[in-house]
Design a binder for this molecule. Sequence first.
Ligand SMILES: N[C@@H](CCC(=O)N[C@@H](CS)C(=O)NCC(=O)O)C(=O)O
Length: 213
Amino acid sequence: MARPIEVWMSPPGPNPWKVIIVLEELGIPYEIKSIRFEDIKKSPFIDVNPNGRAPAIIDPNTNLTLWESGAIILYLIEQYDSQKRLTFESLREKNLLNQWLMFQMSGQGPYFGQCGWFNVLHPEKLPSAIERYSNEVKRVLGVLEQALRGKQWLVGDKCTYADLAFVTWNDRMDMVLGVHDSKPLRSSPMSRLGTTAWLAGSRFARPWRSEKR
Ligand SMILES: N[C@@H](CCC(=O)N[C@@H](CS)C(=O)NCC(=O)O)C(=O)O
């Protein structure tokens, strides 16, 4: 690897950290281009990602600019995980990994995000919206709980990019649900994915943990 990958991000959000975790775990050099949240829909970031959402990367080694955290993770795995440390080669396992990543991108990320929005950031308290998204968060966690029953990892016998993709949003559960004490949820098997992956990877836990308040 010759040159560090530029990671464009606004530090407080969980999505860019999914990419950082994979970079850290694979030992890929990177450099953070930090954007203030209020500048996220402005140049220069909008010139990198026309959707104005973080993360985006620029890889000078391949001259590729990419946005959407799931697409970035798949790229990093394809291009830099030659030893298959976070992935598998077989048709079955490759597609199961893809399935869980798609579920994270379409199920966990947006629903956890909306739940956090209506619980914490939205200026009005809308009980029906809060109820809908809180229920969705619990339902998504239930799907993970069911999938992890009797096993440690989502696919196969090792921690993969699919497990890692769920970590940062799971770790924000308290904020997302707008509760100060989420101990009952945290100690339930539903948050096991987050905790197990953290335990397995204290290396990549560090940047995310130090950023969080
Ligand atoms: N599907 C996108 C979502 C990215 C996303 O929403 N990022 C947040 C930060 S965690 C953001 O940039 N929000 C800016 C905004 O809401 O305007 C991905 O996974 O990359």
